[in-house]
Ligand binder design. Structure first.
Ligand code: FPP
Length: 252
């Protein structure tokens, strides 16, 4: 596939991260601080998504992956879950034309089986509609969990290659990673989490092995182009060694 695994080889790096993965945290607290219902924070969060998609397109990012709903978010109150689903539906209905016009290819990644058929249809339509685009690959992780991803990859790999169960030594990182739900994307260069927590929260756990991790106290609804550029500025200061020493850098 031509994609470089950070544990198997040293990938090329560039000043602008090619793949940015974001945990959009702090919507609830943003709203609570303003004595608004938590759901108002999610609605505001959609505007931040728009700003960040535009910013990434303008700055030359190729892959943007957003954690919209984790496998664990079903534990939230039913009305918050249903508002989030409504927001996805609305965003898909309203934004797809614009995304298409911006050259964005949209994919929704995760276990979509529990979502209602209408939402799944809209997802399929939006994916088909934007499938020809290549400027920015926008992935929305919905009902996604990193452990779910590794498990589904293992199950699919063995279902398609039953002989591997008899010869497990034949399984290497490249074999398994071909079955991950984002196998078509390079590993993230930069991870951003807003909202002040410093956790990975079961996001892309396989792919984040060598990703630079950036945390900001800013709540997601307050995140925009300036905050994105600040994160990229920080990224440029990082020395990406991929296991090597500082002295080895520059002699690939
Ligand atoms: C985390 O904030 C955010 C979420 C669980 C949902 C993210 C959803 C959106 C930004 C809106 C919809 C997105 C798209 C792509 C249409 P939180 O509720 O955990 O905040 P808290 O930690 O302050 O409670």
């Amino acid at each position: 596939m031509g994609l470089i695994s950070s544990t198997q080889a040293v990938p090329e790096t560039s000043a602008v991260p090619q793949h940015v993965a974001i945990i959009m945290d702090g919507n609830g607290r943003w709203a609570t601080r303003r004595h608004l219902p938590r759901t108002a924070g999610h609605a505001k969060g959609v505007q931040a998504v728009r700003r960040v998609v535009e910013g990434c397109g303008r700055l030359g990012v190729r892959y943007l992956t957003l954690f919209a709903f984790s496998s664990e978010n079903w534990r939230r109150p039913a009305e918050e879950v249903s508002l989030l689903m409504r927001l996805f539906v609305q965003a898909l209905e309203r934004e797809v034309d614009k995304l298409d016009g911006q050259g964005v290819r949209l994919r929704v990644v995760g276990d979509l089986t529990p979502f209602e058929p209408r939402l799944r249809d809209l997802i399929e339509q939006a994916q088909a509609r934007t499938a020809h685009n290549d400027r920015l690959h926008l992935s929305i992780c919905a009902n996604y969990g990193g452990r779910w991803d590794v498990l589904q990859a293992t199950r699919r790999m063995l279902a398609e290659n039953p002989q591997l169960a008899q010869h497990p030594d034949g399984i290497d990182e490249a074999t398994l990673s071909r079955y991950l739900s984002m196998a078509w994307a390079p590993e993230p260069d930069l991870f951003i989490r807003t909202g002040g927590e410093q956790r990975i929260s079961n996001y892309l756990i396989w792919q984040l092995a060598y990703t630079e991790l950036y945390f900001t106290d800013r709540y997601w609804p307050d995140f925009g182009a300036a905050e994105l550029e600040a994160a990229f500025e920080w990224y440029r200061t990082r020395e990406r060694r991929f296991g090597r020493t500082s002295a080895q850098l520059g002699k690939r």
